[in-house]
Design a protein around this ligand. Structure first.
Ligand code: ZN
Length: 123
């Protein structure tokens, strides 16, 4: 499988596990129907119907596409890192028990780790 060549900005988050500035990501306020895929390898990660308004500054989802996202608890027990299960790209962190949605889960994902494919456009 071929990986997309990453820009410096993409590398900072996807490889070096950085975090983009809040409210700057291109998908923060995107609520079109479609699917979010891994920027690097193109694996579908989240469906648009799992996206919700959290006002946290990053795209938020309450459910990943089954098996597409690995959860890696930090040793400090504070945060759980999430990555693409196919290529290991850093996506962000997952939080539980905040009460945003019925599922009570928030995947806080960097826009730069994702690529959005609108439903009405075949890619
Ligand atoms: Zn990937």
């Amino acid at each position: 499988m071929e990986y997309k060549k990453l820009t410096k900005e993409e590398e900072k988050v996807i490889i070096k596990k950085g975090t983009e500035m809040p409210f700057t990501g291109e998908y923060c306020n995107n609520f079109e129907a479609g699917v979010y895929v891994c920027k690097r390898c193109g694996t579908p990660l989240y469906k648009s119907k799992a996206k919700f308004h959290s006002d946290c500054g990053w795209p938020s989802f309450d459910e990943e596409i089954k098996g597409a996202v690995n959860k890696l608890p930090n040793p400090d027990g504070q945060r759980t890192e999430i990555e693409c299960s196919n290529c290991g790209a850093h996506l962000g962190h997952v939080f539980y028990g905040e009460g945003f949605t019925d599922k009570n889960v928030r995947h806080c994902v960097n826009s730069i780790s994702l690529r959005f494919i609108p439903e009405n456009k075949k890619d």
